[in-house]
Design a protein around this ligand. Structure first.
Ligand code: XUL
Ligand code: CO
Length: 437
């Protein structure tokens, strides 16, 4: 039985780029074959429960603007109504996946045992809907940043009672994710960081976080969870300094605590921007280490310096992101999660639908352009040309340990080496990319 929330809106269809219908896809055709695989299987779209159904429209200066029928979210009846509406939206959009935090789907009860039993109850309820709709869980995660108990961190809290509460909370969320057949389990370190070193022992907190993540991996194997464990880098907000600053920082952390073969990265466009990187930089950094897990797709406002979590709308940026994803072999069991929210003035149910539909179309265009660049091979060719001299015997000897610095100096002297710089061709390459986007 329909909730009536999206009354008058039918399941969106692909109508092609000439369509004037705002409730149709112009570019996203799930069945389009791209490099031998259906678009839906490349993109693996997911809706983020929190932005569309839990966030009520607050900003630092004002309260809720949305006033949905399932607000306030303090009881299980309304949590079920929220799930009913959420699944209606997933089906209207035709997305294969969704993602949740515990706090998005059940009311906060103030104590562990009740939080677990309401999480169990609501996730059972959602599983009924997953079964009838065929929609899967891309990932689950624990919200360990909203409630005041987490104000000084979760696994990095100075109080071991909070560390314990966090461990127990993650266990319950991993259990629920496993039960629902989730493909991944994500840990974003919301308040795993600090405001001031005056009250923070940074080395101790990092060691605690390393032990915590090792316990997560041990528990995954104990329960036989086959999904990937992912950490999500972000440099700041809410903490002034976050330990999971960016992909490179996370990779160093994973190596230090022996987790590089167990944990991959969930990379978010907006977080890359906050860290002073492009999204493709973060993707390429993870991919170079074999640690690309999944992506959170949004865009950040380039002027405000906040994590504005807007739906993507920049095809050239998205195209370069998917280009590096394709080069890395695709998203695997990860996906494209819209960690994106409406602007707080976008009050209508149709705004939720068109926000996601537009994001899906932008991603489809980005993927098409990325695939065309892969197919054409122009970027790949210029890379191999640029590095071709490394195939020379002497160049290989510099890398394989045959030569030390003095051997190299002797070679340079003997051959009277006078290197000539060659053009990096950036503008020509930017023009090349422009042909595809
Ligand atoms: C916050 C953020 C989170 C994580 C999941 O910036 O991106 O929504 O994706 O906790
Ligand atoms: Co995110």
């Amino acid at each position: 039985m329909s909730t009536g929330f999206f009354d008058g809106i039918e399941k969106l269809q692909f109508e092609g780029r000439d369509s004037q219908n705002e409730l149709a896809f112009k570019h996203y055709n799930p069945d389009e074959m791209i490099l031998g695989k259906r678009a839906e299987e490349h993109l693996r779209f997911a809706v983020a429960y929190w932005h569309s159904f839990a966030w009520e429209g607050h900003d630092p200066f004002g309260g809720p603007t949305f006033q949905r029928p399932w607000h306030p979210q303090d009881d299980m009846g309304r949590a079920k109504m929220k799930a009913d509406v959420a699944f209606e939206m997933f089906e209207l959009l035709g997305v294969p996946y969704f993602c949740w935090h515990d706090a998005d789907v059940r009311p906060e009860q103030g104590n562990y045992a009740d939080n677990v039993s309401t999480l169990d109850e609501i996730t059972d309820y959602m599983m009924g809907k997953m079964e009838s709709s065929g929609i899967g869980l891309l990932w689950g995660t624990a919200n360990m940043f909203s409630d005041r108990r987490w104000m000084s961190g979760a696994s990095t809290n100075p109080d071991p009672d909070i560390f314990a509460f966090a461990a127990a909370t993650v266990k319950s969320c991993m259990d629920a994710t496993h039960k629902m057949g989730g493909q991944n389990y994500v840990l974003w370190g919301g308040r795993e960081g600090y405001e001031t070193l005056l009250n923070t022992d940074l080395g101790k907190e990092l060691d605690h976080m390393g032990r915590f993540l090792n316990m997560v991996v041990e528990y995954k194997h104990k329960i036989g969870f086959k999904g990937q464990i992912l950490v999500e880098p972000k440099p700041q907000e809410p903490s002034k300094h976050q330990y999971d600053y960016d992909a490179a920082t996370c990779i160093g952390f994973l190596r230090k605590y022996g987790l590089e073969n167990e944990v991959k990265l969930n990379l978010e466009q907006g977080h890359a921007i906050l860290a002073g990187h492009s999204f493709e930089h973060e993707i390429a950094t993870a991919a170079a280490e074999g640690l690309l897990g999944s992506i959170d797709m949004n865009r950040n406002d380039y002027q405000s310096g906040w994590d504005t979590d807007q739906f993507p709308n920049n095809v050239p940026e998205v195209a370069l992101a998917y280009y590096h994803i394709l080069k890395a072999g695709g998203l695997g069991s990860g996906g494209t999660n819209f960690d994106a929210k409406l602007r707080r003035q976008s009050l209508d149910p149709i705004d939720l639908i068109t926000g996601h539909a537009g994001g899906m179309d932008i991603c489809a265009r980005g993927l098409q352009a990325a695939a065309a660049m892969v197919d054409d091979g122009g970027l790949e060719k210029q890379l191999s040309d640029r590095y071709v001299k490394w195939d020379n015997e002497y160049a290989q000897k510099m890398l394989d340990g045959s030569y030390d610095l003095s051997d190299i100096a002797a070679y340079v002297r003997k051959t009277d080496l006078r290197p000539e710089p060659v053009s990096g061709r950036q503008e020509r390459l930017e023009n090349y990319v422009n042909r595809f986007v």
